[in-house]
Design a protein around this ligand. Sequence first.
Ligand code: FMN
Length: 203
Amino acid sequence: MAKEPSFVICAVTGASGGPIALRLIAELSRRPLELHLVFSPTGASVFTRETGVKPSLDSLRQALGEPPGDSIKATLVMHPPDDFDAPIASGSVKWDGMVICPCSMGTAGRIAAGVNDNLITRAADVTIKERRRLVLVPREAPLSALHLENLLKLSRLGAVILPPVLTFYHQPATIEEQMDFIVGRVLDALGLDTDLVKPWSGA
Ligand SMILES: Cc1cc2nc3c(=O)[nH]c(=O)nc-3n(C[C@H](O)[C@H](O)[C@H](O)COP(=O)(O)O)c2cc1C
């Protein structure tokens, strides 16, 4: 059986989806992980526009409810997106998986083309070359043939392409339940245990 991940990278890029990213960071933070966070510049501004939370450790800790409480079990580390000296720029550092949520078409395209122009695309490139788990939550509508080709290329390289699509068979009553379903599937794809998604037991 694959070991439970203990070191995860979570990157936020400039697609819409800030509330999903915040919910995902909250769930990851509740686990005893080494959790490295990177926001692209546009990712930071779209995230703040959509959640009201600044992309700093202090603001995130406050938004996640600390202090008071002990809800955060992860060791949180934040890297500037242009810091190529960060440990997560090197495959010698053994993270288990990386998620990009949300993933813009710009970031997906640059990863697909092997363009390591910031710490997010570099860490994704390393994740692919080291054959570790890479989960992308791409958001754009409609998707062009170029977007689809880039995502197909990344899927063929082993990335899990997990768009934040609406789902109804679990009868969600709120948008939070819709988001929990997506976040649960992301945690699953990273190999982390979660009860956010209940296995379908038939009609
Ligand atoms: C409010 C806002 C919403 C955006 N939503 C999307 C989106 O859903 N998907 C997308 O691919 N790009 C979206 N963009 C455009 C990206 O932010 C832009 O292409 C940017 O260059 C991506 O850079 P990054 O991938 O380095 O974060 C949006 C931009 C803004 C300002």
